[in-house]
Design a protein around this ligand. Sequence first.
Ligand code: PMV
Length: 312
Amino acid sequence: MKSTASAPGKIILFGEHFVVYGSGAILCAIDRRITVTAEETMEKKIHIISEIGSLKAEPGIPACDVDCILRPLYHLADTALRSHGIPGIKVTVKSEIPAGMGLGSSSACCVAGAAAVSGLFSDYSREEILHLAVNAERTIFEDTSGADCTVCTHGGIIRYGVDGHEKIDAGQNLGIIVASSGATHSTKSVVAKVKRFRNANPAEFSGMCDAESDIIRDVKELLEQGDIAQLGKKANQNQRYLEAIGVTNQTLQEMVRIGQGASAGAKITGAGGGGCVFALTDGGPAAADAFREGGYECFAAGIDSDGLIVFN
Ligand code: PMV
């Protein structure tokens, strides 16, 4: 018995970090995917094969003793083995999303992995898969807001907040150029750094959370209207808060300035400390040209409207 599922990567358009403290975020699923295949095996092992690492191990190992990068998939397979009493599971991962770049490789892997492994046993709803995926992601990053797995599951552009999530119907003219710093980041350590900033500057941080909530509210409307110029201004405003909480660095700063100089607006996407930035455009080539001239790889991200696809 085999089961295959695929989930898209994502970018965070607005609200990263502040979403962890309840301000909400706007995220977009992108047209790069991870596909996971799960297979029942007779051998009493959990076998994971991926381009960024492989593992063949006994079931029942404590999660903390499993290599961080493969831990969510190990957790999903181990939990399934225990509930369904089968000897072993082999999990194969094929990815179009670079790891550690803030483009959702980890959450897409958790979502596709949860769907592939659970699909060996029964049909689960998207909400059930999402629940399994967020629990798997918590094995590597316990403070996750859950926003990333939500957009990878449902696709499209979503507003995510303490009151749940809703899809946003964005205008057709939204162009997103994603540029890579080439440096990977650890979401967990950047989030811990932000926590230290918040503890040292509670009033300043709380003010930024309030301002970020206003951005999220305004951006939803601007996306629906397709107002790229105003969206760009909001991106630049959001970027100032990300700079204030210390998640940027010299390279990211330079990239954001390049993007801002050649588009409606630009900011970091994801945790920061490395990873990617994006520029908002109305489809013209200026931002992509400027990033390339600056020596940074970039691509035009298409919006994935499907989210999780289960192939069984
Ligand atoms: O892992 P990344 O780079 O997509 O960043 C996650 C987004 C944060 O807001 C920093 C954390 C979270 O769980 O929402």
